[in-house]
Design a protein around this ligand. Sequence first.
Ligand SMILES: Cc1cc2nc3c(=O)[nH]c(=O)nc-3n(C[C@H](O)[C@H](O)[C@H](O)COP(=O)(O)OP(=O)(O)OC[C@H]3O[C@@H](n4cnc5c(N)ncnc54)[C@H](O)[C@@H]3O)c2cc1C
Length: 406
Amino acid sequence: MHRPRRWHVTRWHEDPYSGGAYASLLPGGQIGHRLLLAEPLDGQLILAGEAYHSHPGMTHSAWESGNCAARHALEGGARRVLVIGAGLAGLAAARALVASGATVQVLEARERIGGRTHSIELGGIHADAGAAWLQQYDRNGLARLAEQLGLATVATDFSRPLAAAHDGPVPDIDEAYARFLRHVDRSLPLEQAVRGHAATLSPAERRALGFALDGNLILEAGLPLSRLSMAALEEEGVGNGDRYLPGGYRQLVDHLAQGLDIRLGHEVRRIERSASGVRVDGIAADCCICTVPIGALGRIDFLPDLPGRYREALSYLAMGQVEKVILQFEERWWPVSPSGYLRWYDEPANWGEWLDLTEGVGSPTIAGLIAADAVEREFRGRTDEEIAHSAAYQLQRWAERVKSYG
Ligand SMILES: Cc1cc2nc3c(=O)[nH]c(=O)nc-3n(C[C@H](O)[C@H](O)[C@H](O)COP(=O)(O)OP(=O)(O)OC[C@H]3O[C@@H](n4cnc5c(N)ncnc54)[C@H](O)[C@@H]3O)c2cc1C
């Protein structure tokens, strides 16, 4: 057994300030629910962040959502604005407001900025425990910023993973998924529709469909089929041309935070709206932009409460669970994927996708991702060390399979 020398295991699902990875749509949920929540409330409170964007779950959506919230605040005449959260949505909003002459304070619960981007140090290198890729690269404002700053980036070709399956050759996953998208009955709840489609397939096709759903949908959305909306099929995830930052997302985040008034270690508990303005934990302002992830919103008292239509829209969103392990070894013992990207199809699913960081960071390092109910299976009652070793074991099973293909 190859044992990692160092590791980092994320626990976003246990983190009170995130409650998971990103907001996915529950059964019945529609993109419209996300967009409704981004509408300003009485000009005093604006929700912003990845959850309220038509392309959710990504850093540049959070960034765009923050910019949009700042525009709404300025259009409403706000001059003193409190921004809750120093993730990408909060940093975007604060920068845009300051650039327009508003007085802005950012209140951040953690003792660090960046939110669900978090670059950690491991054996002298930087690796991202949260977001890693700049997705939808060609239309990604943060990618343009990374280019302007001259940051190194490495492309990942998701269409060419070095893949292995626990029980034989890897089937044509893309074809199985494309066929599913073509034939699935979108009038049914997702899980039922999947069962209906699977019933029309041969055993080999069903096997391919199972892997395709694990890899292309559940790993992206972070929720099991029974908890996902049919509309989740339309929400884009990783794509070809995405690039990661070997120096870490912190390079972007630190740049964006420059010159802003950010109070760390301030967990907001209360947002009060009245005719005279808004008060956040007693601090008065014209407007508050709240970028708290939906998984942490329940810790805040809204007075008066959010209107019924907002509460209803929120009830269609839940935090998807995606966790990461970053493993560092003495040497790279696993087969090299030309694209840097690996897929592992197991039953039940576990560490299903991997990004080999070795070339990018200059040390034998690899990051694995796990999602949805597999998180519960792998994490419950285990220490980080146990999880890291279990992930390394799955990587080894993957490697043995790849070698068996010859
Ligand atoms: C494991 C993982 C992998 C991912 N991979 C990618 C990827 O490769 N590419 C990509 O584009 N996206 C990825 N994402 C998603 C991306 O990280 C998020 O969409 C994005 O960072 C969200 O930004 P945000 O500003 O909306 O929220 P956040 O970054 O969560 O910022 C919200 C801030 O609010 C603070 N906060 C919470 N509660 C309070 C409170 N009560 N008072 C004050 N402050 C509070 C939090 O501490 C946080 O700093 C990934 C996420 C995870 C977890």
